[in-house]
Design a protein around this ligand. Structure first.
Ligand code: ADP
Ligand code: MG
Length: 581
């Protein structure tokens, strides 16, 4: 076939396909136009997952009648004049592609009236061409209706998912804009049913309540006031560690008020929760990142969902640090009650193991812990609970099985225990590491030293904890710059890549969590690193061993970071729940 120029309407359809991938992309573009027009009310309707009708109406500035046809011409926009504008786009739209693209793949009706016009104007397009126009009575603002989306593109239709799933995507788009623009009142109707309504009060929390429900919204923590001289300003709401979801789609990021998808920045938010969430759980976050517009390139993706940030690494750090700060400062203590389940440290019903069953060394150990616990309690203003460790000893437990490859179910004289296998193992390893006198750590030496390159941050963490790391068996030698040679490592890490383990350990140490004392900090990080993970299937023997070792710890109910290792359902509560009493 010789080279030929494609027909203009085919060109238009190909280009449209990039902007309008699916019904939700049309909804997104129309909402962005409404927001760019300064609307305070945006109504969205869709039927059959957007394949029947999509209608977006707003009370924004409107389009003068004589400009209406121009709005449907490719690359016609009121938002961009020069190339220098492109370097710092402040509006959501700027390419003049959305309306012509929608008109290329659907039949479109638009009615619009600007404030100064006495009547509205109407335009009807089919197959991208105007087929009718004229004046029409209309409220202030703009209503765009798209019918029969992709009807003439059977190939595209084939690739769409079910109408239910497309409707879900539409709901996600509207929800995100509702979260980002709390000052705008959004309504969404799907197949005639009201599916979302936000008050438009300007209160972020109220928008979150409309989207994620009141319980989640009222638990959300605000980010502290930003530091004035930071490159990126981050504000918004994040969920406390006990309010989680099963996937990361509840992490919403807006850069200069544009909803963006960024794996990197989403990861920054996840990182801020490191150690606070069980694996497979994710936070809810609604975060506004404000950057100088010239620092962001929004012109990299046809749907503008991805942007390029000049100093992304810096934004990552600021985001992670600010979210972490909010969590550390404000997150409430772990919940003590989940229905009839309790954290046993607080449960008076937990039967202490009889003192006589302790070996003499255990008894001595216990006695000395009591006094140190008291000292710690006074020093940190702790609770009386900490001062009575005897009462918090575990009774003898029998491992029954495992749930979700994460929790071990055990029974004891006082009912049922659900033990978090990672937290429990962390506690066991932590106490074991700390009980070893200095210089007696079990060490594994390398025939070939392992070179490790550290970031400035990690190098700093290394300097701060050098002594404690050496005590646990790390033998490191400076090798110029930020490179070190690892000659030996704790044998606890034997099964792992020791260099990588060290780097991760340093990252853990650099985070503001866990005990303040460097020795305890190193032990806590090492324990966390070496402990069995959530998601790891355990055999009966391993479960039995875990429970037995946990019984032998001094403080079995919490991990070194203070999170519970177990929850307890007492025999009495069980009988009560089943109405046996
Ligand atoms: P862009 O948003 O990139 O400029 P569009 O094709 O989405 O391109 O829209 C073209 C132009 O039509 C916009 O620049 C704007 O002037 C006008 N427009 C579109 N939708 C609306 C609306 N809801 N309210 C006011 N003006 C609108
Ligand atoms: Mg637009």
């Amino acid at each position: 076939m010789p080279i030929q120029r494609l027909a203009p309407d085919l060109v238009a359809k190909i280009a449209a396909g990039e902007v309008i991938e699916r019904p939700a992309s049309a909804v997104k573009e129309l909402i962005e136009n409404a927001l760019d027009a300064g609307a305070t009310q945006v109504g969205v309707e869709a039927t059959q997952g957007g394949l029947g009708i999509i209608r977006v109406s707003d009370n924004g500035c409107g389009i003068p009648g004589e400009e209406l046809p121009l709005a449907f011409e490719r690359h016609a926009t009121s938002k961009l004049l020069s190339e220098s504008d492109l370097a710092r786009v402040a509006s959501l739209g700027f390419r003049g592609e959305a309306l012509p693209s929608i008109a290329a793949v659907a039949d479109v009706d638009i009615v619009s009236r600007p404030a100064e016009a006495s009547a509205g104007a109407h335009l009807k397009l089919q197959n991208g061409a105007v087929v009718a126009s004229g004046p029409r009575g209309a409220p202030l603002g703009t209503t765009v209706t798209a019918r029969g989306l992709f009807r003439r593109q059977p190939a595209r239709l084939k690739f769409l998912r079910s109408t239910t799933s497309e409707a879900g995507q539409i709901a996600a788009v509207v929800s995100h804009y509702a979260l980002a623009y709390a000052e705008v009142a959004f309504t969404l109707r799907l197949d005639g049913r009201l599916s979302l309504q936000t008050p438009g009060s300007g209160q972020r929390r109220e928008a979150v309540a409309a989207v994620y429900g009141v319980p989640a919204a009222s638990a959300m923590l605000p980010l502290p006031n930003p530091e004035a001289d930071e490159y990126a300003n981050v504000s918004g709401l994040v969920s406390p560690p006990d309010v989680t979801r099963a996937n990361r789609t509840y992490i919403s990021l807006f850069i200069n008020r544009r909803w963006v998808r960024s794996r990197t920045l989403t990861f920054a938010v996840e990182e801020a929760y490191r150690g606070l969430l069980t694996s497979g759980r994710f936070p809810i976050a609604v975060l506004d990142i404000t950057l100088p517009p010239e620092e962001v390139d929004v012109n990299v993706h046809p749907t503008k969902a991805e942007v390029r940030i000049r100093r992304e690494r810096e934004v990552f750090t600021i985001l992670q640090r600010r979210v972490r700060r909010a969590l550390i400062d404000q997150a409430p203590a772990p919940q003590a009650r989940v229905g009839a389940w309790t954290t046993p440290a607080a449960a008076p019903g937990a039967i202490p193991r009889p003192v006589s069953s302790l070996s003499p060394t255990q008894g001595r150990h216990l006695a000395s812990t009591r006094s140190t616990d008291r000292q710690m309690a006074t020093a940190s203003g702790g609770t009386p609970q900490e001062a009575a460790p005897l009462l918090s000893r575990l009774p003898l437990l029998r491992a029954v099985g495992q749930v979700g490859a994460t929790y071990v179910v055990a029974e004891g004289p006082e009912g049922v225990y659900l033990i978090d296998q990672h937290a429990a193992h962390e506690r066991i390893l932590y106490e074991r590491l700390l009980s070893k006198p200095a210089g007696q750590a079990e060490v594994q030496g390398f025939l070939q030293p392992v070179p490790v390159d550290l970031t400035p941050h990690q190098a700093q963490a290394l300097r701060a904890a050098a002594e404690a790391l050496a005590e646990q068996g790390f033998s490191l030698e400076p090798f110029g710059g930020r490179t070190y040679l690892l000659r030996a490592a704790p044998s606890l890490l034997a099964s792992q890549d020791a260099g990588r383990a060290l780097v991760e350990l340093l990252d853990m140490l650099a985070r503001e969590e866990g005990p303040a004392d460097p020795r305890e900090r190193v032990a806590a990080s090492l324990a966390c690193h070496a402990a069995i993970r959530a998601g790891q299937t355990l055999g009966q023997e391993e479960m039995r061993e875990l429970v037995k070792q946990l019984e032998e710890t001094q403080t079995p109910h919490t991990c070194p970071h203070g999170r519970p290792t177990m929850i307890h359902l007492s025999a009495e509560a069980l009988a009560k729940e089943f109405k046996r009493r």
